[in-house]
Design a binder for this molecule. Structure first.
Ligand code: ATP
Ligand code: MG
Length: 183
């Protein structure tokens, strides 16, 4: 489990994260979603201790955390590396960027397998809500430096959610008990 309590992060005068609290469950795949600039990468970097904590607390039980990287090739290398290293927690920032559909599906399947059969806890920043819906257990939505909502894809991904978080009107269908956004 990752416990984030009252995390505040500022860049100059700008408040990026504002008294943010969050529990990320162990042994699950959690998607971090939200509009550009919402603070997803900042939150992930603070959890990975790549950035200095300014205010608040992050507690990760008993384990090692891999670094967070972005970029398709590097992400794939990273997944292979952490797999070999037995890292308990894997943090991935937009790993599907620049990946084609086959590579994207293959990576998401590997992540599910790492979670289900190797006990890994995975936190993944995703812009494609359909990948978050199809492959994750838990969706955390960030807005204005705080958690807007957290829950299963079915709980979180609704048309009201897309309107509120992204300001876009899109239909959401349910397919195989998973939400599916009509893009
Ligand atoms: N090095 C930096 N210098 C100035 N501003 C920054 C820097 N890094 C982040 N920010 C600002 O902090 C805010 C949050 O950035 P962050 O990268 O965490 O958002 P994000 O949710 O990951 O966005 P995206 O979806 O575009 O990757 C944004 O307003 C961004 O402009
Ligand atoms: Mg980012």
């Amino acid at each position: 489990m990752i416990s984030v309590q009252n995390l505040t992060h500022q860049l100059g005068q700008q408040t990026i994260l504002n008294e943010l609290s969050l529990i990320i469950p162990k042994g699950k795949v959690t998607a971090l979603v939200g509009a550009n600039g919402a603070g997803k990468s900042t939150l992930l970097s603070l959890i990975a201790r790549l950035m200095k904590l300014q205010k608040g607390q992050i507690v990760i039980d008993n384990m090692s955390v891999g670094d967070t990287l972005s970029g398709g090739q590097r992400q794939r290398a990273y997944v292979a590396m952490t797999y070999a290293q037995n890292t308990d927690y894997m943090l991935l920032d937009e790993p599907l960027n620049n990946m084609d559909i086959a590579a994207s599906r293959a990576l998401m399947r590997v992540l599910r397998d790492l979670c289900e059969h190797h006990g890994r806890t995975i936190v993944i920043v995703l812009h494609d809500i359909n990948y978050a819906s199809a492959y994750t257990d838990n969706v955390v939505a960030l807005a204005e430096g705080k958690i807007d909502q957290q829950g299963t894809p079915l709980d979180v991904v609704t048309s009201a959610f897309l309107q509120r978080i992204y300001g876009t009107a899109a239909k959401v269908h349910i397919l195989d008990n998973r939400p599916f956004v009509q893009v």
